[in-house]
Design a protein around this ligand. Structure first.
Ligand code: MTE
Length: 298
């Protein structure tokens, strides 16, 4: 892991007050007539008051490559090497590419996206990511007619990731999206949170964030993105096909075989709150599933 001098890390309090200032400028602008892109940014802005503290986001993690114990991940991942790091984009594309993480950061303007994260286990957070739309990267490699799905892979490195020694999961971690889902503007590749580079426990140096799906779709520490013709089989589909499907859209109406999905515990809150269809992003994504039976396509 690149050592970021602690002097360069923005304390959360400074980050928050700076953002409050920028936020009030945003509120001024919002009173005028704005193009829809900016109004979408306002919707992310509304979540700012619900932000989960940095401490919770970085100390309560699912990253099975390091540990199945959430509180152990941060400690075990501290020495994780994220530089040099490349992401290979291949498959049914006209311009395959292997991109260096620093080039990726420079090539695509980094923007802030405040998103809800709803884990399939029934807890949730609100996280201020830094990143760029996955669509921007996909457009550059130019998917061909044959590309129907996008398959993602996490680094495989049993030396650095002790959890990959556990043989009951098929490593490396694999996830997938349908191409039109991947092109939706909400799907981003995140490289930072709270204004700083991603810490290892949150998927450094680059991870997917698909806020309308259960958190397990948001695959961490990506080294490979492949455009493919058929539906990828994810690590979770292999591990428990009757519990985890390909789509994994947040859906309060469809229970997990072992627990209800109708409510969630927002980290830091006492009472459970209702889980929203598509995690509150129906307006932006429900059309992707028109005519589909979401009980069967869970
Ligand atoms: N990616 C990899 N490679 N390995 C994992 O174990 N866990 C997933 C997802 N991405 C996981 C992963 C799950 S279950 C969740 S809820 C989110 O990461 C958690 O992200 P966070 O720790 O940044 O909150």
């Amino acid at each position: 892991m690149e050592k970021i001098p602690s002097s360069e890390i923005t304390p959360e309090s400074v980050y928050l007050s700076r953002r409050r200032f920028v936020g009030s400028l945003g509120a001024l602008a919002a009173s005028a007539l704005l193009p829809s892109g900016l109004r979408a940014a306002d919707r992310f802005e509304e979540l700012r008051k619900e932000l989960t503290p940095l401490k919770s986001i970085t100390s309560y993690n699912n990253f099975y490559e390091f540990s199945t114990q959430k509180e152990a991940v941060a400690g075990l991942s501290q020495g994780f090497r994220t530089s040099p790091w490349t992401v290979k984009v291949s498959g049914h594309v006209r311009n395959p590419a292997t991109l260096d993480i620093d080039d990726l950061r420079k090539k695509f303007p980094q923007e802030e996206r405040i998103y809800r994260l709803r884990c399939v286990e029934g807890w949730s957070m609100v996280i201020p990511w830094m990143g760029f739309p996955l669509a921007s990267l996909l457009k550059i490699v130019e998917p061909t007619e044959k590309a129907k799905f996008v398959r993602f892979e996490t680094l495989l490195d049993t030396k650095q990731m002790p959890g990959q020694g556990a043989s009951w999961y098929s490593w490396p971690y694999v996830e997938g999206l349908r191409l039109d889902e991947a092109m939706n503007d909400l799907a981003i590749l995140a490289t930072g949170l709270y204004g700083n580079p991603l810490p290892p426990q949150n998927g450094a140096p680059i991870r997917l964030v698909v806020p309308w799906k259960y958190g397990f779709k948001s695959i961490k520490s990506i080294v490979k993105i492949e455009l493919v013709g058929s539906m990828p089989i994810s690590l979770w589909m292999r591990a428990a096909p009757n519990e985890y499907g390909f789509y994994a859209n947040v859906n309060p109406a469809v229970d997990h075989p072992r627990w209800s999905q109708s409510s969630e515990r927002r980290i830091g809150e006492f009472f459970r709150r209702k889980t929203l269809p598509f995690n509150g992003y129906s307006e932006q994504v429900a059309h992707l599933y028109a005519g589909m039976d979401l009980r069967r396509n869970y």
